[in-house]
Design a protein around this ligand. Sequence first.
Ligand code: FE2
Ligand code: FE2
Length: 259
Amino acid sequence: MRILFIGDIVGRPGRAGLAAAMPELRERHAPDLVIANGENTAGGLGITEKTARELFDLGVGVITTGNHVYRHRDAYDFLDRSERVIRPANYMAGNPGRGHTVVPVGDRRLAVVNLSGSVQLRAARSPFAEADAVLSKVRGDADAVVVDFHAEVTSEKVAMGWHLDGRVAACLGTHTHVPTADARVLPGGTAFISDVGMTGSRAGVIGVRREQAVQAFRTQMPIKFDTADEDVWINGVVVSVGDGGHADSIEQVLMPAPG
Ligand SMILES: [Fe+2]
Ligand SMILES: [Fe+2]
């Protein structure tokens, strides 16, 4: 089973860039399933039913999210309804949406789990204990598991990789929007990367127009942020999962959006 995982898609430029790149990504990597982090799809912050549907129409099978998931109130009902959009499992139990989903991939079943880091991000419960709880829940229902660990600091992400090594096919970091150079299969058979990166404009500051972001840092005053739109890149990884539910390989995808 080959899984293409796309890092945080930022705004319309990110969505358009992915749409333009999809034919080439399909041809080059032949994914059986595409997973994408969609927490920044709607205007750079949050997700709506419309932006989620746009990703589904591109062939994305499962959408993960993170700290911006509840930005748009009108999406709450959609998050409750949709079985293919997930939010961090370790958020408040009563919050809209679900923390994991199980989808068929060919004749196998893949569980996709979303977790939030608890260092410099708000989470209701420890992602480590939550990971254990979700894994015991999906045991028997899934042949392999992929985790999107949406977290800020590399130490927590690397620790999660070791915590899950041998128990999941992949533990893939998101949220910082900057790809890291540490993609590898850990000794127990778990594909790991601290951060997949983002799918959006490389001309800005993690998705925001650079002059606005720089001004915010220079002045420490509130600045209205717009989504940067030049030089869009696709950041992702391709994970090949063997029959035993362990990863055979992880390959980083860093490509400019065509056109
Ligand atoms: Fe993000
Ligand atoms: Fe985030």
